[in-house]
Design a protein around this ligand. Sequence first.
Ligand code: 4AD
Ligand code: MG
Length: 461
Amino acid sequence: MQRTLVKDALARSEPLDSILLQGWVRTRRDAKAFSFIELNDGSCLKGIQIVADAALPDYAQIEKATTGASLEVHGQLVPSQGQGQKWEVVARSFKVVGEADATYPLQKKGHSLEFLREIAHLRPRANLFGAIFRVRSRLAYAIHQFFQERSFVYVHTPIIGASDCEGAGEMFRVTTLDPKQPPLREDGAVDFTKDFFQKPTFLTVSGQLEGEVFACALSNIYTFGPTFRAENSHTSRHAAEFWMIEPEIAFCDLQGDMDLAEAFVKYLIRDVREHCTADLEFFGKFVDKELLGRLDFVLERPFQRVSYDEAVSILLASGKAFEYPVSPGAALQAEHERYLTEVHFKCPTTVFNYPKGIKPFYMRLNDDGLTVAAMDVLVPGIGEIVGGSQREERLEVLQANLRHHGLSEKDYWWYVDLRRYGSVPHSGFGLGFERLLMFVTGVANIRDVIPFARTPGTAEF
Ligand code: 4AD
Ligand code: MG
């Protein structure tokens, strides 16, 4: 007999004479003539109630159906007598598939998120994490749907590469050299020509540069994959391994880029509002009481758009004593970003035209010669969720930028070639998938929205 998922059983409009359910015991309550088991299989937030009659031949096993044990139940789906559920299953037979003794760590409710991180192999069985990872899955699907509906081509950019797209020098080296005895050059430096790829290589920090190659051929593309940053940031918003979505659009300027980013974020919120209702209501109840109101508000209103200069003026005029003072020409700190989006505008805010000195080499120089056509989308509770720009499509300007950033044109020859042959204005952005999940779920720490977090000092599981 085929298994029915709890989600499908609960959604039925008709009873069923025969049903097979498989899942894990959440709780068991024994009465005189019956036991009641709440069975959860992760297909939805709710479990289903199993009623096991003490007269069943299998009833001798009931003591083994403890919290955490896996269970298989054959029975009848009938309208529930109890409160708060439409259906329950009256068991005809059941089998404890895998026992879980009293050491099972998820016995009681109300464990701290810190403790649950230490048992990341079991936490998906907790309500909160089941909900988070169902939403994560749905969002991944909606991301593909958004781009595929708009004829964007999905491109798989490499994980291992030789260039530092963001120029921040925060890369994990990939090597097969013996760390104890690496081959050395005459000057004593490690000889990477003897390494696997015959040059220094790293895990990618962004698929953008390769994405541009494909946009300059297939017009509209997107990537969606893991990216790696060896930044020693101990914050609730930084992970060393995170997933990024990077669209790249040919014949598109910064305006079109900002429009796409806004439409994208709204589309994703609308999608989970519609398809993950129960999970989002759960977050609204137990994680962040203002979540649903905030998400609906974001859908209704256009994002605010301000130039970097305007943003700095607002921050300076705020009279607020920031930990890092606002300094024109310098990067905005997270506290500045959050002031703009949370306090000043009280809605998602797109900041554009940043000083060229604080941005990577590939961004397009504006006519003022001082700023680049960059944009960041800031959202309440998190700060930066999207970073993007129009790319420098003019050969000479790009060559000058490379020099200015101390980068060798030789290392970027293929990237520069795009400006040599049929160059076009083009733009793109990167959306941090985990930051989006934090925004949509209200969960405050990035470690709790990725299955197995990699952060400085932590790579367990
Ligand atoms: O602003 P970033 O560094 O931009 C880029 O990588 C560009 N190449 C994107 C592009 O134009 N194609 O990163 C983009 C987004 C950020 O806005 C943030 O949401 C997320 O990636 N992000 C991180 N998320 C988690 N942990 C980290 N350490 C992150 N660093 C960036
Ligand atoms: Mg950024």
